[in-house]
Write a protein that binds this ligand. Structure first.
Ligand code: AMP
Length: 419
């Protein structure tokens, strides 16, 4: 079924045509009719499936039918908020709905002026939205349609309090559209508190993209990670590689080392200015950079097509983050590969005994030494979470199981495990 059969306005159809969206994706096909009927929905759907356009088209049509309505989209990170804004502006270009995006890290005055011009669809990160609500530069009681995008990420990042406050301030008579990569008990509990009346639950698409991903787990000592990475990169003519690290220092360290050995690599983390992050993303998207080393927070919500290889240089903190990371390859039916380094004490021991051997004496000085030092520096805070600016105040973080606590089911979710 094409978009034409979905009872959409001519304006939306024209915008879709302009964007080159000719056929709806599964999530669009299944959710748009429900959104148009004003249903609450709970959707399990990964990034890369067209979910932004699904709720975007729905919101634009609902607002078109009732000019007094306003919609609020809450997203965990500024990157995701900005991307949702871009997508919605494209979809609404014939309608001229006023769309504003507000997130932490940008000057609030700019955002306040934008709000003063009037807003129909507001896209916001939770912390900054609370900030605006406190300053009374936004009146949340005017927003009767709420989209919670990547709700699992928002919980993971400790935004539960902020979400509760926001949902307490929007009208009681509201429609809630919740999207999440995973639907576990916490998410379903959240949905039931935020939604009144009934809700449709849809679990979409995981299998389709999942079977395209081959995943390897490599037991490695910390100091051998870089050598292993070089070997893996040398196995293919990779043009788009995304490497995850757990710390900002790690990101800087690794992309610089990759540059030293001739790779077109760049880094992305929360300490960089918004402008610089956008430049880095642009050049990765366009294929000018081949390797992007990123922290989880910075990489969340990134929409880059055709990522061929994901490397979890540092293990994810929990299973959901792992699934999220790996889900960035093999999208839209393409094949993908993921490699996860698992730091192993056994390998560490082996290294140590080899290092005493005369052949390995060189490892004790020179370039290797600097690698060891810098890794030792981050050992103590290896698990420390990175925080986006708006997260720093939100201390109430509900902890989820970490990846290593779920090691018994390593081949969970989408990935195929290669022996
Ligand atoms: P999302 O799941 O929202 O991250 O979307 C992933 C990508 O798919 C985005 O780059 C969209 O521009 C693109 N996209 C969304 N819907 C369609 C469609 N119906 N046809 C082709 N591309 C689409």
């Amino acid at each position: 079924m094409g978009f034409r059969k979905m009872a959409l306005s001519e304006k939306t159809l024209a915008a879709l045509d302009g964007l080159g969206y000719h056929q709806p994706t599964e999530v669009q096909l299944k959710t748009i009719p429900l959104i148009l009927q004003g249903e609450n929905i709970i959707v399990r759907s990964q990034t890369g499936t067209g979910k932004t356009a699904a709720f975007g088209i729905g919101l634009i049509e609902l607002l078109d039918a009732d000019q007094n309505k306003k919609a609020l989209v809450i997203a965990p990170t500024r990157e995701l908020a900005v991307q949702i804004g871009e997508e919605l502006k494209g979809l609404a270009r014939e309608h001229h709905h006023k769309i504003a995006v507000v997130y932490g890290g940008q000057k609030i005055d700019v955002q306040i002026r934008q709000m003063e011009r009037g807003v129909d669809i507001l896209i916001a990160t939770p912390g900054r939205l609370i900030d605006h609500a406190e300053r009374r530069t936004v009146d949340l009681s005017a927003y009767s349609i709420v989209v919670l995008d990547e709700a699992d990420e928002m919980l993971d990042m400790g935004f539960k309090d902020e979400m509760d406050r926001i949902m307490g301030a929007v009208p009681k008579e509201r429609t809630v559209l919740l999207f999440s990569a995973t639907l576990d008990e916490l998410i379903l509990e959240l949905a039931s508190t935020y939604m009144s009346g009934t809700a449709e639950t849809l679990e979409l698409g995981e299998k389709e993209s999942a079977e395209q991903i081959t995943e390897d787990f490599v037991q490695v000592s910390r100091r051998k990670k870089f050598a292993n990475l070089k070997r893996i990169l040398g196995q293919g003519e990779y043009r788009k590689v995304l490497i995850f690290m757990s710390t900002k220092r790690g990101v800087d360290y690794l992309y610089e080392r990759l540059r030293e050995i001739g790779y077109k690599a760049d880094g992305l983390h929360g300490d960089m200015s918004q402008a610089r992050r956008e430049r880095v993303m642009e050049s990765f998207k366009k294929g000018k950079t081949h390797i992007l080393v990123a922290s989880d927070v910075a990489a969340r919500g990134i929409h880059v097509e055709d990522i061929e290889l994901i490397v979890n240089y540092d293990e994810a903190q929990d299973a959901d983050t792992h699934i999220h990371r790996v889900g960035r390859t093999g999208r839209m039916g393409k094949e993908g590969r993921a490699v996860t380094f698992i730091e192993s004490r056994e390998e560490e021991e082996k290294d140590r005994s080899r290092a005493d051997h005369p052949d390995f004496a060189w490892m004790k000085n020179g370039g290797r030494g600097s690698e060891r030092r810098s890794f030792e520096g981050r050992r103590s805070n290896r698990r420390q979470r990175e925080q986006s600016p708006e997260l720093k105040s939100g201390q109430d973080r509900r902890r989820r199981p970490r990846a290593h606590e779920k090691r018994g089911r390593r081949n969970y979710g989408p990935a195929k495990k290669r022996k």
